[in-house]
Design a protein around this ligand. Sequence first.
Ligand code: NAD
Length: 360
Amino acid sequence: MPRFRIGIIGCGSVSQIVHLPTLNQLNDLFEVTALCDVSHKVLAGVGDDWGIATRVADYEDLLALEMVDAVLIANPDVYHAEVTIAALRANKHVLVEKPMCLNLTENDAIIEAEKETGKIVQVGTMRRYAPAFIEACRIVQGLDEIRLARVHDLIGRNSLVIEPTSRVVPADDMPAALSGAMRQRSAEAIRGAIGAVPYALSTAYRMMLGLSTHDLSAMREMLGMPRRVLYASQHDGGRYQTAAFDYGDFICQFSTGVDNIPRFDTYLQVYGDNKVVRVDYDTPFVRNLPITLTVTETTDGANKQQTVTHPGWGDAFTEEWRAFHRSVATGEKPKSNPQDFRHDLVLFQDMIRLMSGAGG
Ligand SMILES: NC(=O)c1ccc[n+]([C@@H]2O[C@H](COP(=O)([O-])OP(=O)(O)OC[C@H]3O[C@@H](n4cnc5c(N)ncnc54)[C@H](O)[C@@H]3O)[C@@H](O)[C@H]2O)c1
């Protein structure tokens, strides 16, 4: 089994809490050989914690290293497109955290670079790699009919879970000028996607990029691409959203929001006449929490059977990395790839159009 050498670009919360422990668990498949972060404090702290000697502040320097076969891109999303394209051109495979990029122009440039170089680009929508989700898709495919579906993602702010459960080296030495430049770049990229919209709509779009991509890409894998977005609305300055997706024979209802309760209320549920299939997720910031599959059904109309299963201990991120290893080793395109991510952006733009009252 080949062992791939990974360079990490962006060593913040998700790299520290999830990716480094996962890569350590999978050390027969991967070795982390280099770190990149603009924060010297993060580079020193994370490098010392994990015994990684090669540390650079500029991603171009990491991409120039022969000791790196593939990169994890986990810096802020405004840089994802630029760094993904540069990594491909430097002959590296890429696992890029979600969102892969912020607009269709960036997305198409990544697709182009992926084609030119023939390297792997996998998007980090890890929920789709959970065994419970894959089994649920298999069962849903076998349903005689679907009458209704529901995708729900109501979570507490991430910090409510992270602070009591993890130690994260903070990037509190980032120069203020860098933060300002990042905000400006983000605003421009979002204008490029949805135009000059009221603040609530750009907040809603940001939330779609950051959170709903998990939900809607899973929805697409389970049910296919909807024919259209029937309606979409936002409340509380874009922080709560509902939408309905038209699948012809049925509607998929979507609801999401972020509040102050430290819990994850997150599921996909598909209703047939005699069988209901549901996948429940928990926070990704505590590793190895069960992701469960619940099937409720009747075979005779008189009795109800309900089975709750937890197919396989382990974490969705671990499965995501195993899948990345398979793709890099075999050249097989990952299912969460740039072309696939493009469908999320198309749905997001349609949702924003409806939220702005522009009609479907
Ligand atoms: N898959 C998931 O469930 C999940 C969970 C959390 C975060 N994420 C994604 O991971 C990415 C990072 O999120 P996070 O929560 O770790 O953020 P974070 O702010 O905690 O960390 C980002 C790190 O990137 C560094 N950085 C900033 N600009 C950089 C640059 N130009 N080059 C290199 N490093 C730079 C910062 O110093 C910081 O250490 C985001 O895209 C986020 O959406 C995914």
